[in-house]
Design a protein around this ligand. Structure first.
Ligand code: PLP
Ligand code: COI
Length: 355
């Protein structure tokens, strides 16, 4: 095995590559992984130097606290390759900050910026040829931290692993997105962990989402846990609603993830002179707007999903179809944000980051 590593992050290169087995023209989301991964261990009260190693299974003690108490958080990012083969990230320092916000809430030790950024950049350098060039495809980046420390005592672990895995990916949704507005189950509650990217937040969504899928929907739109009257977010996306010509999204809170795509869209929309309101959205007003024709668009926004237009929403056993617009805000905003991400336009906001 070749061991390199000039800097802070050591690199152990894989002796073989799977890259020739990958059909880069037909990538799904997050189902094939590159040749390497980043591993960084937390032991004796400190993070050890990150290591890039060949991608593969890891060994954990069955009593590791991740299995029992769910101390697990993650991030979602993408690397984009432009026509000159330069590699770009989008607001990566915001992902680092949010990982540490999640870490704090789950009693996980925070990861210093240098470990996150240097680890990520080294891993991307090693697996650079895995970054897809096709428009709409990118390298999905999954940083995560979990409790590897052992023991059944219900208290924070004393050992953790910070890892990054990479998955060349196409779009998250194939086709139109049909959503069901949730009336019974909740994703999060005040004082809870909804604002963190905690693994358990997703586990708790699977059962209600399965029920929605059985009824023909792709996703649940979560409403507030108290009244189920306010639209909050979707399973893996923040939600935007366009009523007449105003774009509305709910305010972030204890219950909602502070999405990087969401906040970028708010800024781009303002820059496009679109009227934007960040305020609570009631289910009643959305249903009324659908009935009277003023509901023009609904879309989800997130790193994996980019901007995914919603074609239909279901509520109280009724489906409401959204109009098919030739010039939608969703497509306008998607073009603006992806042009910045893929280095096809100027970046007046300073969001693009050379990897
Ligand atoms: N909301 C949830 C629950 C998510 O999982 C995601 C995905 O990361 C988002 C919103 C969108 O966040 P971002 O735009 O930072 O990817
Ligand atoms: C992302 O958009 O990066 C996410 O984390 C969504 C994921 C749950 C698929």
């Amino acid at each position: 095995m070749e061991i390199t590593g000039k800097n802070f992050v050591s690199v152990e290169k894989s002796t073989t590559s799977k890259i020739d087995q990958i059909d880069f023209d037909n990538l799904s989301f997050g189902s094939v992984f590159t040749d390497h991964m980043l591993v960084c261990n937390y032991k004796n009260g400190a993070w050890e130097a990150p290591q890039v190693v060949p991608y593969g299974p890891i060994t954990l003690d069955p009593s590791a606290k991740i299995f029992h108490y769910g101390q697990s958080i993650f991030e979602g990012m993408k690397a984009y390759k432009d026509s000159n083969e330069d590699v770009w990230l989008f607001r990566p320092l915001d992902n680092h900050k949010r990982l540490n916000i999640s870490a704090k809430r789950l009693a996980i030790p925070e990861i210093p910026e240098k470990f996150f950024m240097e680890g990520l950049k080294t891993l991307l350098e090693v697996d650079e040829k895995w970054i897809p060039k096709k428009d709409g495809s990118s390298l999905y980046i999954r940083p995560f931290i979990f409790a590897s420390g052992e023991g059944f005592h219900a208290s924070p672990a004393n050992e953790y692993k910070f890892m990054i895995c990479l998955a060349p990916s196409g779009s998250y949704f194939s086709g139109k997105v049909k959503v069901l507005i949730e009336e019974k189950y909740s994703r999060s509650a005040n004082g809870g962990v909804g604002y963190a990217k905690a693994g358990g937040n997703y586990a708790g969504q699977f059962y209600p989402t399965q029920l929605a899928v059985e009824k023909g929907y792709n996703q649940v739109i979560w409403t507030d846990d108290n009244t189920h009257e306010y639209i909050e977010e979707a399973g893996a996306m923040n939600i935007f609603v366009r009523i007449n010509d105003t774009l509305i999204t709910g305010p972030t809170s204890d219950r909602i993830l502070d999405g990087i795509t969401r906040k970028s869209i708010i800024e781009i929309a303002k820059d496009e002179n679109i009227s934007v309101e960040v305020r609570k959205i009631t289910v009643t007003e959305v249903v009324e707007a659908a009935k009277n024709g003023s509901l023009k668009e609904m879309f989800g926004a997130g790193t994996a999903a980019v901007i995914s237009p919603i074609s239909t929403f279901g509520y109280k056993e009724t489906d409401y179809d959204l109009p098919e617009l030739t010039e939608s805000y969703a497509s306008r905003l998607k073009t603006r944000i992806t042009d910045i991400q893929y280095n096809r336009s100027e970046d007046k906001f300073g969001w693009r980051y050379k990897a």
